[in-house]
Design a protein around this ligand. Structure first.
Ligand code: ZN
Length: 260
């Protein structure tokens, strides 16, 4: 008799699910220690007084990625191999299935070297969402619909500000280009996830500075061309040039007001 095990994800990931449980138990143990012991190496044990009023830290940003891989299965595998050291809280497959891979209150390794405003540890303050996409495809309606439900829940649960729904390319100009230019940022902004612009009747101030506007929005402008590329990928996806002429300046001026 041949025992057929139906394609059940929990079986395929039995060993790594066990590793997840083990690792989260280690962190739970650390949190339970008193006098308080954390990773700073400071020791105030003798004068320790525990407060009665606290909760877990909460995410304040959502970073959207495309996986640049060929299937959800491939991504689940990547995120369950310790040698890769990369992960995300959620993976959204083409059929709209959402794999929750890490508690929202724990730190996933999805942002890498990044900067938004003066925030350089985006992993510590964000939820990472990976969307199955090889980097060039359009996103499926099922993916976007699942994503919208997820974003709505995250926004409400953690009170995430509207401008703080951004992409990996936004926080890592010159290094990352995800999600690709097919991602429907405008559609999401219309639902309250991220900002969009309105240039109707916009009059540019004579001293308007486009790079300063990019910086106000949050972009790292150390490499100006890379920052412009990331901005266009998100807000003017049909334009892959580095040119910032008056129409683009008006868009920046309109956005700057929403992010400042
Ligand atoms: Zn990414």
């Amino acid at each position: 008799m041949v025992l057929v095990i139906a394609g059940c994800a929990s079986n395929a990931y039995k060993a790594t699910n066990k590793a997840y449980k083990k690792q989260s138990k280690e962190y739970a143990k650390l949190l339970k220690e008193y006098p308080v012991k954390d990773s700073t190496g400071l020791n105030y044990a003798t004068d320790w007084v525990g407060t009665t009023n606290f909760s877990m830290r909460r995410p304040n940003f959502v970073i959207i990625h495309h996986t640049a891989q060929n299937s959800c299965e491939q991504t689940l595998k990547t995120f369950t191999l310790t040698r890769t050291q990369v992960s995300a809280h959620y993976v959204v497959c083409k059929d709209g299935t959402v794999h929750h891979m890490l508690n929202d209150l724990l730190r996933a390794h999805h942002a890498g070297v990044s900067k938004w405003g003066n925030n350089i540890d985006i992993n510590s303050s964000s939820i990472g969402i990976e969307i199955d996409n090889n980097g060039y495809e359009t996103f499926t309606p099922e993916q976007i619909s699942s994503l919208e439900i997820l974003l709505d829940r995250l926004k409400k649960a953690y009170n995430i500000p509207t401008p703080n729904f951004i992409g990996h390319a936004d926080i890592a100009p010159g290094r990352k280009v995800d999600p690709n230019r097919n991602f429907p940022w405008q559609q999401l902004a219309e639902k309250g996830f991220g900002c969009w612009y309105d240039t109707t009747g916009v009059q540019l101030p004579v001293d308007f500075n486009a790079m300063q506007a990019l910086r106000i929005i949050g972009y790292n402008i150390q490499k100006p061309d890379a920052a412009i590329n990331s901005f266009k990928l998100h807000f003017i996806p049909t334009d892959s040039s580095n040119v910032i002429a008056d129409p683009e300046k008006k868009i920046l001026f309109s956005l700057q007001k929403k992010y400042e």
